[in-house]
Design a binder for this molecule. Structure first.
Ligand SMILES: [Zn+2]
Length: 324
């Protein structure tokens, strides 16, 4: 695709793009005949690429006929770009295809409306961070409508799920998977033995990390924040550990669990989310509920602009609004 002088291409992630296959061969021959769609679907085996196993696996939902699907949504501090468009079109297509096969798809996609960049940018323009984020959530919904991407069944915002998040953090502390230090709470990464490395495919003993700097509140450099102490002027909520706001990973667990329970049939997002975000979610699930978080991990690849990943943080993006 060419836009002006810039070259944009679609790239599969290093895990190969999400794929939906139909077998056996010839199953599609009824497409032009009078065979009803659901009779045709009954002859098909759906195979999905799973980032965890790095291969295509036969897929059937845990509850026959109902697919629980969670996809990580945007952090809303700017207009959405073509990389977002690609991701949400991919997952909307997967959802529609699963529905075509006769499933009911319970689809949840969140908004991260509390985060460092949101707070910083809102401050720069003299706005309240949640109102700033709300504006870009509305823009995202408008862009998705323009792209004919159907909204998810639930589109929860972090700011509206603080009680669920603090309850989950408390559960992790109670079960020994998290600890509080001076108003913050951290996850004990090495305790989640079954989930560590499942998506990044690395072993804990192979990881070389710089030693934690003196005075760090963490027990281990690999530990990550579940609850952050509030700073002056930042949005904050009361919690058993003091006023603060949630860390990134745990918010997805809390929101997905509220609407879908565990395990999810399909957990999706951009390939850049598989580590540390999705792997951390898997570890949080192991700590809180003791099982696997998702049966299929589905990741879409990037769009590149002049051979670099298109991303907000790199600043090399083309917004959906610019090209529609
Ligand atoms: Zn997420």
């Amino acid at each position: 695709m060419h836009i002006g002088a810039r070259h944009i291409s679609f790239v599969a992630g290093d895990t190969v793009r999400d794929e939906i296959d139909r077998v056996p061969a010839g199953a599609g021959q009824g497409l032009n005949s009078a065979v009803p769609v659901n009779a045709l679907a009954a002859t098909m085996v759906l195979r999905l690429y799973n980032t965890r196993s790095r291969r295509k696996e036969p897929f059937s939902p845990r509850t026959p006929g109902v697919v629980k699907m969670y996809v990580c949504g945007p952090t809303t501090y700017d207009h959405s770009h073509l990389g977002h468009a690609r991701s949400y079109i991919d997952f909307d297509t997967a959802r529609r295809y699963l529905e075509f096969l006769g499933n009911r798809v319970a689809y949840v996609q969140n908004f991260t409306d509390i985060e460092e960049v949101i707070i910083r940018r809102a401050k720069e323009v003299g706005q309240e961070p949640l109102a700033y984020a709300r504006y870009y959530i509305d823009c995202f919904l408008e862009d998705m409508r323009a792209l004919n991407v159907r909204p998810a069944d639930h589109m929860p915002k972090v700011s509206e799920h603080i009680p669920e998040i603090t309850a989950l953090v408390r559960r992790l502390v109670d079960r020994g998977y998290a600890y509080s230090v001076d108003g913050e709470v951290y996850f004990r990464t090495k305790k989640a033995k079954h989930s560590f490395g499942i998506l990044s495919h690395q072993k804990v003993e192979d990881i070389v990390v710089d030693p934690a700097p003196p005075g760090t509140p963490k027990e281990d450099p690999l530990d990550f924040a579940l609850w952050k102490k509030s700073k002056e002027g930042e949005p904050s909520w009361p919690s058993p550990w003091g006023d603060g706001r949630p860390g990134w990973h745990v918010e997805c667990n809390a929101m997905a669990y509220k609407y879908l329970g565990a395990p999810l049939d399909i957990h999706g997002g951009g390939v850049d989310l598989k580590f540390p975000h999705h792997e951390s979610e898997a570890m949080i699930c192991e700590g809180a509920w003791g099982g696997e978080w998702a049966r299929i991990w589905m990741h879409n690849g990037f769009i590149t602009l002049e051979q670099e990943k298109m991303s907000k943080s790199l600043g090399n993006f083309v917004t959906i609004r610019e090209i529609l």
